[in-house]
Ligand binder design. Structure first.
Ligand SMILES: C[S@@+](CC[C@H](N)C(=O)[O-])C[C@H]1O[C@@H](n2cnc3c(N)ncnc32)[C@H](O)[C@@H]1O
Length: 275
């Protein structure tokens, strides 16, 4: 039963995956996995989530080639508090960059320039035309919205990306299933809204990147071809070599984790549109 499940997902990915003109680093482990302590260029970053944000944006902006591309950043944060967009707009030269955020404070902080915009907008209802963008980032944001809004946002991202567009995501993950489903225990909105449903059972390991990929698979699939997902064990691995790209283990000293919650990490993935 388990083998059939793994196989069917593998076949799906083999048949649909193709190369992307936007990708800079085609190594599968650079496109899907968990940030590790051993990742180069962490530059003194000691823990995941907030502390790893500069690295997350560095990774996101370097796994794909944003130069001369149209880039959308979903849930970018407000300019007075989040400066990551400046790294991309000033140094990496996209053709156009727009960061959007639904935070009400963004209304007073909108930026409009020739090269980039920062706008107050809800990602579940985007005001952009179909097939406008080459690349969409969503950095540590999808896990913060409840399931119905997530699915609307995924549909919107699918709509505004060009056919060969890519969606670049990171997710903050907490996975101590013994802790009550509560913000104080690190559970995010998406996790809270789907745990103990058919989408994600708390009796398994808790929500993570494999569940996310399963939820969005009608709209987005991993860009890399070399991938299999075992939803029961919550492991993502190379179908060629069996090498795990994503495997959470409690108290794994190799995983870049939060300073507060021991069993936490940040996962990442580069996805492509399913046609
Ligand atoms: C954890 S923060 C991440 C911000 C930024 N991407 C970063 O990595 O620092 C999540 C952001 O998502 C925004 N957000 C939540 N729901 C949203 C929605 N429906 N549309 C747009 N932004 C949203 C929040 O206002 C918040 O700024």
């Amino acid at each position: 039963m388990k083998h059939t499940r793994i196989l069917s997902i593998t076949v799906l990915f083999i048949s649909i995956a193709t190369a992307s003109p936007h990708i800079k680093n085609s190594a599968p482990e650079k496109q899907i996995g968990l940030f590790k302590n051993s990742d180069p260029r962490l530059n003194g970053i000691k823990y995941a989530n907030w502390g790893s944000r500069p690295f997350e944006y560095y990774w996101a902006a370097n796994v794909v080639d944003v130069k001369n591309k149209k880039v959308l950043d979903l849930g970018v944060g407000i300019p007075s508090q989040h400066h990551w967009y400046q790294y991309i707009t000033r140094i990496l030269s996209p053709n156009y960059y727009v960061g959007i955020d639904a935070d009400g404070r963004m209304k007073n902080e909108e930026i409009h320039t020739d090269g980039y915009d920062m706008l107050n907008m809800d990602m579940s209802s985007l005001s952009f035309n179909d097939k406008t963008f080459d690349i969409a980032f969503c950095i540590s944001t999808f896990e913060h919205i409840p399931y119905p809004f997530l699915m609307k946002s995924i549909q919107e991202a699918h709509r505004v990306l060009k056919d060969d567009g890519v969606l670049v995501i990171t997710l903050d993950e907490h996975w101590d299933k013994n802790l009550a489903l509560d913000h104080n225990n690190g559970w995010n909105d998406l996790e809270q809204s789907i745990m103990n449903t058919e989408l994600c059972k708390v009796s398994h390991q808790s929500f993570g990147l494999p569940d996310f990929l399963d939820i969005v698979k009608e709209y987005f699939i991993p860009l890399t071809e070399d991938i299999s997902i075992d939803l029961d064990r919550k492991v993502i691995f190379s179908k060629k070599t069996g090498q795990p790209y994503y495997q959470r283990q409690n108290r794994d000293p190799g995983i870049l984790r939060s300073q507060i919650m021991y069993n936490s990490c940040v996962s990442y993935a580069v996805l492509k549109k399913k046609s």
